[in-house]
Design a protein around this ligand. Structure first.
Ligand code: AQP
Length: 329
């Protein structure tokens, strides 16, 4: 039997090239080696306020983008997290075995909490819900961007703690990071991760941006005061542009050096912009096809929930038995 892979994206805004290069592209590449489940983690998205009508539209958009990015719904299962109650059920059971101190150390919690006026408990519990998503399906591999590595470590810690308290129950999931593109930085500020929730107009290239918008954002990217690419001493903005080019093109380090060493920043930006436009063109075309049938995505999500609910429910039942909770005799 094939091992299981699980990963998710929050429908918390416009998906950007960081989400694509860090996650979706890798998912599409490895999906056939596994029994693959990809999730729109809407319960995670509501850990910060989301406009309800907009959230629903983003859930559908995110599902369509998964398919447009190459997730094959005939092979891989696509689900909306909130359509499967077992995610929230298991999260509660795992919350009860997760020490408070572990969650307080999460860097994403610290960053997200600092950005909110009122910090909901959900932001604190976020990594436990993520552990539940993964452990619910006994996933062996979780392909994510680098920002999620710490949450994956916590997932393993929670699984180990549960296993040692209640007996072997959960498979220990491995983190899978892409070799290039695991951390794409903001184009307006290369010291911060590219993020859906960042406000700057030139922060990100979104997957559905039209070509002219993509070109403008990349041409305005922050670089440094040097005139041209100098590989031994790359500033963070230039390194980020090169990283984006390399992740999209699949060029080797040698090819990158040969092509870009000594190139003026204006020319580098033009080449990066044309590469991104060309690579996103087929994705955008597929997205338009997929969304031209209004019932298609809803059908995929319904089928997905039907397919994986038995796995999710059997894990919850196993966990209940292990913990001594009530299960119908
Ligand atoms: N900048 C990035 N570079 C590489 N990978 C990234 N990912 C996110 N940002 C980058 C990866 O994309 C997947 C989905 O991310 P998410 O939706 O779960 O949330 P996030 O990591 O918090 O991403 P955002 O875009 O910054 O969302 P908001 O602003 O809503 O919090 C994950 O695999 C992630 O690693």
């Amino acid at each position: 039997m094939k091992k299981r892979v699980f990963s998710g994206v929050q429908p918390s805004g416009d998906l950007h090239i960081g989400n694509y290069l860090g996650a979706l592209k890798n998912w599409a590449r490895i999906q056939y080696d596994y029994e693959s489940i990809f999730c729109i983690v809407d319960l995670h998205a509501v850990t910060v306020f989301q406009e309800p009508a907009q959230l629903l539209a983003k859930i559908r958009e995110t599902a369509a983008l998964f398919i447009a990015a190459g997730i094959d719904p005939r092979h891989s299962t696509i689900i909306a997290q909130s359509s499967i109650p077992a995610h929230a059920e298991l999260a509660w059971m795992l919350t009860c075995v997760t020490p408070f101190g572990w969650l307080g150390r999460m860097t994403q919690f610290k960053a997200k909490a600092a950005a909110q006026e009122t910090v909901g408990d959900g932001i604190f519990q976020y990594p436990v819900l993520m552990a539940a998503d993964i452990l619910l399906y006994q996933a062996a591999v979780v392909p994510v961007g680098e920002d999620q590595s710490q949450h994956l470590e916590l997932t393993r810690d929670v699984a180990q703690r549960f296993n040692s308290l209640y007996g072997e129950t959960f498979v220990m999931p491995e983190t899978s990071l892409p070799s290039v593109g695991a951390r794409i930085m903001g184009l307006d500020d290369p010291d911060v991760k590219m993020s859906k929730s960042a406000k700057g107009a030139n922060h990100a290239v979104n997957l559905l941006d039209p070509p002219d918008r993509i070109r403008k954002t990349i041409m305005r990217a922050t670089t440094d005061s040097n005139p041209a690419v100098n590989f031994p001493a790359l500033g963070p903005g230039v390194a980020n542009l090169l990283n984006i080019y390399q992740a999209f093109s699949g060029a080797s380090d040698e090819e990158m050096h040969a092509r870009f060493e000594g190139m003026r920043y204006g020319d580098l930006k033009k080449q990066v912009a044309e590469m991104v436009v060309a690579q996103l063109e087929p994705l955008q075309r597929r997205y338009a096809e997929i969304t031209s049938d209004p019932g298609y995505v809803a059908g995929i999500l319904r089928e997905g929930a039907e397919r994986v609910s038995p796995i999710a429910n059997s894990t919850v039942e196993l966990v209940k038995r292990r913990m001594g909770l009530y299960v119908e005799p």
